[in-house]
Design a protein around this ligand. Structure first.
Ligand code: SAH
Length: 188
């Protein structure tokens, strides 16, 4: 088994964590690829909460889900992932972030360190013990790099009694491919 990029890694971890009937959060719906992937994983009995601050992303995600007959198990939320606790009680099996900006969009709406870190904090309170946060982080341009550094420093400082933190980097690939973080909420 080899996962060739950060998104593939996050799917690999999700497949090993989420069962039918599970509950997931897609913190950055974007164009809906991960939302659809998670919706298939949780099955008909499960639930996915998908956040995005851009109406265009919510619309694109809705269209993708409708196309694949998955909309019934997804709640689309036009709000910041930092406010996830206002919509979800938990326990949650997995929360997925794909940071950066929506590919192909006109407006440069990037994820930002402050709200990303706030959302990870919320995620850690919503996760079940053993539940995961998967995060793909870009660092190839100055905006993304600032967020990446802040998020990496924040994650490295999380006490292991709260969560185990893991980091993968594709060290011999060109063009700054995204790096991957996983946080596993501690048992008990
Ligand atoms: N870079 C990725 C896609 C990232 S999409 C790729 O190449 O595939 C990131 C999404 O996060 C965008 O659609 C953006 O609108 C959304 N976003 C930005 N800030 C957010 C926030 N605070 N809460 C929820 N979504 C946010």
């Amino acid at each position: 088994m080899f996962c060739h990029n950060a998104v593939a890694l996050s799917h690999f971890y999700a497949e090993n964590t989420v069962k039918k009937g599970g509950v997931c959060i897609d913190a950055t719906a974007g164009n809906g690829n991960d939302t659809a992937f998670l919706a298939r994983l949780v099955g008909e009995e499960g639930m996915v909460y998908a956040f995005d601050v851009q109406q265009a992303a919510i619309d694109a995600t809705r269209a993708r889900l409708e196309e694949q007959d998955l909309l019934g198990r997804v709640r689309l939320i036009l709000d910041s992932h930092a406010n996830a606790a206002a919509y979800i009680e938990g326990p949650v099996d997995l929360m997925m972030f794909n940071l950066g900006r929506l590919p192909g969009s006109d407006h440069a709406v990037y994820t930002e360190a402050q709200s990303t870190i706030a959302a990870i904090e919320v995620g850690l309170t919503l996760l079940r013990p053993g539940g995961l946060i998967c995060l793909s982080a870009y660092w190839g341009d100055p905006v993304c790099l600032a967020e990446y550094r802040a998020v990496a420093a924040y994650i490295a400082a999380i006490p292991p009694r709260r969560a185990e933190a893991l980091f993968h980097e594709f060290v011999n690939e060109p063009n700054c491919p995204p790096a991957f973080f996983a946080l596993c909420r501690a048992e008990g």
